[in-house]
Design a protein around this ligand. Structure first.
Ligand SMILES: Cc1ncc(COP(=O)(O)O)c(C=O)c1O
Length: 442
């Protein structure tokens, strides 16, 4: 007879942790056991200020009662229902609410379970769109160096972070990459959007000349690159990219997994940055991360080409068991309502100047090589120690955690993205603790 073996208490062996130094962690665990508002609490009850909204996702703060209750209620009513040729009201309502919040041309919503699934879904929709319109030669997908679109084969292939690709062989064929927009010699310590770099979008013309527009389906970029270490789009860059895509019939996809839901002071990054994509990917803040959920929004024209272009039967051979999962949909409805009621994007916009000043006050601190910011996001780049890239920031991360502040580091870049309910004293504590830790690691 099968039986479940009793587990040893505090056994850390079985969980293969994602994107982690498993050996180090298991020897030196830093655990989180509870969360509320702006804070996490360790199992011993020590409070840790959340400077990263979890992983850029708990924008409304932790443990929000409205979201918790919506999930509890839905779990009791109906735990799961398929959405393949069946429906349930909560998924439709979540899509309708999201569509209302989305900028106007983006009206159709496809649900996924994560940002990675959203990236792959968006790429597949782009391919299906061209095929439906009789342009099946458009199979090439263009991303950008240092871009992050999750870990599926599509998002990884279009993504441009070397470390995320090198372990995994050949990737998808027919991809290419624009150059990244990081130009420290021209833009370091820029406040908000840097002045130089719009011309880097013109590299898309070079890729069109190289491959032929008739082979290119889509360009996918993060409007503001987060995971690579906060790269703010140069002024005019996204507008230029939009123009070139339009000129050549290429779809523009914005990966708004981080920039969606108030992070840049508007509901979506597209609105703050004044450029509208044809397709937008989302996740994280959609449910305040309380239940995993992602989404892809498309213009009506994209949906119509595929759905109305198919005379009968299934129009898009794509979907996930958890597309529109009832618990996630209930969490999304409650989260979107909170965003509106509490004007979370407005709160972020109001705090931005104070947050920006605090971030840039680190200029001049020894080993701080650059500070960049937009909305409630800051990237603080540290000089790497010779022969030990990432070591300095890792030390800063550990000291901050031990001093009661959670930050995020990528290589030697510190990324900060607190929940949007953040207030000035939180900003003071966040940057005060960070400054002390940077000085200690100099
Ligand atoms: C821009 C972007 N796209 C996609 C993803 C992947 O999301 P997930 O980890 O939910 O698959 C992330 C995660 O950080 C992201 O920042």
């Amino acid at each position: 007879m099968n039986e479940i073996r009793p587990s040893r208490p505090n056994n850390l062996d079985a969980f293969w942790m994602p994107f982690s130094d498993n050996k180090y962690f298991k020897a030196n665990p830093r655990m989180l056991a509870r969360a509320e508002g702006m804070s996490y609490f360790t199992p011993e009850g020590r409070e840790v200020l959340d400077g990263t909204a979890g992983l850029w996702c708990c924008n409304a703060g932790h443990g929000r009662r409205e979201i918790v209750e919506a999930i509890q209620k839905q779990a009791a009513i109906m735990d799961f229902a398929p959405t393949f040729n069946l429906g349930h009201p909560v998924a439709f309502e979540a899509a309708a609410r999201l569509s209302e919040m989305l900028p106007d041309p983006l009206n159709k919503v496809f649900f996924t379970g994560s940002g990675s699934e959203s990236a792959d879904t968006a790429l597949k929709i782009a391919l299906a769109y061209h095929k439906a319109r009789g342009q099946a030669s458009r199979v090439r997908l263009i991303g950008r160096e240092r871009g992050y679109h999750g870990v599926g084969f599509g998002g990884m292939s279009v993504g441009g972070i070397g470390g995320n690709r090198k372990q995994f062989g050949a990737m998808l064929p027919y991809t290419d990459h624009l150059p990244h927009t990081h130009q420290p010699s021209l833009n370091s310590f820029a406040k908000g959007m840097p002045e130089h770099g719009a011309n880097l979008a013109d590299k898309l013309e070079d890729l069109v000349a190289l491959h032929g527009a008739e082979t290119i389906a889509a360009v996918m970029v993060e409007p503001m690159a987060g995971s690579t270490g906060v790269l703010i789009p140069p002024q005019g860059y996204l507008q230029r990219l939009r123009e070139i895509c339009d000129k050549h019939g290429i779809l523009l996809i914005f990966d708004e997994v981080i920039t969606g839901f108030g992070r840049l002071g508007t509901n979506f990054g597209a609105e703050r940055l004044g450029v509208m994509p044809d397709i937008m990917t989302m996740a994280k803040g959609l449910t305040n991360a309380a239940v995993p959920m992602g989404a892809v929004a498309t213009k009506d024209s994209v949906y119509d080409a595929i759905v109305n272009g198919t005379p009968n039967g299934i129009e898009l051979f794509h979907g996930y068991t958890y597309s529109g999962h009832p618990l996630a949909a209930a969490a999304a409805i409650a989260t979107l309502a909170l965003h509106v009621e509490e004007d979370l994007p407005g709160r972020a916009a109001a705090l931005e100047p104070y947050f920006q000043d605090a971030a840039h006050s680190l200029k001049g601190t020894r080993t701080v090589a650059d500070v960049r910011d937009l909305g409630l996001v800051a990237g603080i780049e540290l000089e790497s120690r010779p022969g030990a890239p990432g070591a300095r920031a890792t030390e800063v991360f550990r000291q901050c955690f031990d001093e009661g502040v959670l930050i995020r580091v990528t290589g030697d870049i510190v990324a900060l993205s607190p929940p949007l309910i953040c207030e000035k004293p939180h900003v003071d504590r966040l940057f005060g603790t960070l400054e002390k830790a940077i000085k200690a690691a100099a």
